[in-house]
Ligand binder design. Structure first.
Ligand SMILES: NC(=O)C1=CN([C@@H]2O[C@H](COP(=O)(O)OP(=O)(O)OC[C@H]3O[C@@H](n4cnc5c(N)ncnc54)[C@H](O)[C@@H]3O)[C@@H](O)[C@H]2O)C=CC1
Ligand SMILES: O=C(O)C(=O)Cc1ccc(O)cc1
Length: 359
C-alpha cells in the first residue's frame, strides 16, 4: 500500500490499528470520526492526518469504514456521495445485514468489498490500537457479485498490508461461522462473568486463571456488542441454544450424582477437549502439531529475554508462548510451543543454562 492514499472513517480500536499499519507500509492516511476526542487521539498516536472538511481533494485509493455494524451502510452511502475514494471496505463483525442495507440504500456495490479482520480486543477506542494487531490473523472478505476486480485487489492488499491472511467467504457463511467462533462465545463469557456480580470476597479472592480466561471478552463494550449480536441474531441464537442444552444436561447429571451420570458429564468434557484442539494455532496450523516445553521462571527483569536468547542459540524457533503466573509467588511457568523435533534440544539448552525444565 506504499504511496496509496487511504481514508479511515471511525478511529476506534480497529480503524486506528489499520491506520497505524498502513502508515508503517508507507500509505498516506486521512482520518475522520464523529467523536472529536477519538479523532484527535488517533492523530496524536501517529495514525494519520485529519480528513479536511472539504474531503481528501480528489478520491483516495481506498476508504475503510471502521464503524459499528449498524452504521456501515449509511456511512458507505455518505462516503460515496462525498466521493471519498475509488474503492471502499468495512471491518464490521457481521456481513450479511450491512450488505443488504447498503443495497437497499442504493450504494454502489461494484466498488465495495466487505471485510472483517478476525483480531481485536476487549478494549475499545484508539488508545488500545496497535499496528501489529492483525499479524497472522484471518481477514474475511465478502465481495458482492458486482464488485470489480480492482476493488477486490485493493481490499485484499489492505488485509495483506496489515499482515493478515485474506479469506474470501460468502456473507451468510461468514455470519454462521463467526456466530460459532466469536459471537456465541461472547455471550457465554458474559453469562459466566454475570454470575460474579453477586460473588462474595472469598469467591473473588480465590479467582484463578481459568475464570480470567473465560471472562476476558466479557469486559468488552456492551454498546458495540449488542449491535453485533442483534445483526447476527438467528445464527447466534442457534449456537446458544445448543450450548444451553449441553449446560442443562450437565446440571441435571450432576444433581443425579450417580457414577453413570458422571461418565456422561465426562463425555462433555472430552468433547470440549476435542473441540478446543481443533482451534488452529499460529499461521492457521494445527495447535496439537506443536510440543510444549515448560520452564519455571523467577519473576525478575530480563528473564524472558534470556530464555528467548537461549532458544535462538539452540536454533529453536518459538511458535507460541504463554505464561502461567503463580498468584502471590515470585514464580511463573513459561510454556513454549515448538515443533516436536526441537523440544528436546530446547529443554537441554535451558537446563544447561540453569533453568528448571520439568519432565
Ligand atoms: N472490537 C473488536 O475487537 C473488533 C471489532 N470489529 C468491528 O470493527 C468496528 C469498529 O469496532 P471498534 O474499533 O472495536 O469500535 P470502537 O468503539 O473502538 O470504534 C468505533 C469508532 O467509530 C466511531 N463511529 C461510530 N459511528 C460513526 C459514524 N457514523 N461516523 C464516524 N465515526 C463513527 C466511534 O466514534 C468510534 O470512535 C465494528 O464494526 C466492529 O464490529 C472487528 C474486529 C474486531
Ligand atoms: O478479544 C478477542 O479475543 C476477540 O476475539 C476480539 C474480536 C471481537 C470482535 C470481532 O469481530 C473479532 C475479534
Amino acid at each position: 500500500m506504499a504511496g496509496r492514499r487511504v481514508v479511515v472513517v471511525g478511529t476506534g480500536l480497529i480503524g486506528t490499528s489499520i491506520a497505524l499499519a498502513m502508515r508503517e507500509r508507507g500509505a498516506e492516511v486521512l482520518l475522520t470520526d464523529r467523536d472529536a476526542a477519538a479523532l484527535s487521539l488517533a492523530v496524536e498516536l501517529g495514525a494519520g492526518d485529519p480528513l479536511p472538511d472539504g474531503g481528501p481533494g480528489g478520491p483516495a485509493d481506498l476508504a475503510v469504514l471502521a464503524v459499528p455494524p449498524a452504521a456501515v451502510a449509511v456511512t458507505l452511502l455518505d462516503a460515496q456521495k462525498r466521493s471519498l475514494a475509488t474503492a471502499y471496505t468495512d471491518v464490521a463483525s457481521v456481513k450479511a445485514l450491512p450488505l443488504e442495507q447498503a443495497a437497499e440504500l442504493g450504494c454502489d456495490l461494484s466498488v465495495f468489498v466487505a471485510g472483517h479482520p478476525l483480531a481485536g480486543s476487549e478494549r475499545s477506542g484508539p488508545s488500545a490500537a496497535r499496528a501489529d494487531l492483525f499479524l497472522g490473523r484471518p481477514w474475511a472478505l465478502c465481495a458482492p457479485p458486482e464488485a470489480t476486480p480492482a476493488t477486490v485487489e485493493i481490499v485484499t492488499a489492505l488485509a495483506r498490508g496489515c499482515g493478515a491472511t485474506p479469506v474470501p467467504v460468502a456473507a451468510a457463511d461468514h455470519d454462521r461461522a463467526v456466530a460459532l467462533v466469536s459471537h456465541a462465545p461472547h455471550v457465554v463469557s458474559a453469562a459466566v462473568a454475570a454470575r460474579l456480580t453477586g460473588a462474595d470476597d472469598v469467591a473473588l479472592g480465590l479467582s484463578g486463571q481459568g475464570v480470567r480466561d473465560v471472562t476476558r471478552i466479557a469486559a468488552s463494550d456492551p454498546r458495540l456488542w449488542i449491535g453485533i449480536l442483534s445483526a447476527n441474531a438467528a445464527p447466534v441464537a442457534d449456537v446458544l441454544e445448543a450450548v444451553a442444552t449441553d449446560l442443562a444436561v450437565a446440571a441435571s447429571l450432576l444433581r443425579d450424582g450417580s457414577e453413570e451420570a458422571a461418565t456422561h458429564v465426562a463425555d462433555l468434557l472430552l468433547r470440549g477437549n476435542a473441540g478446543r484442539s481443533r482451534i488452529p494455532g499460529k499461521h492457521g496450523g494445527d495447535q496439537s502439531a506443536y510440543a510444549t516445553v515448560q520452564v519455571v521462571i523467577p519473576d525478575r527483569p530480563g528473564e524472558l529475554a534470556m530464555i528467548f536468547q537461549a532458544a535462538g542459540i539452540a536454533r529453536v524457533n518459538i511458535e507460541d508462548v504463554t505464561i502461567e503466573h503463580s498468584p502471590g509467588r515470585p514464580l511463573g511457568v513459561l510454556e513454549i510451543a515448538v515443533v516436536p523435533e526441537e523440544a528436546e534440544r530446547l529443554a537441554a539448552e535451558l537446563r544447561a543454562r540453569g533453568w528448571s525444565v520439568p519432565g
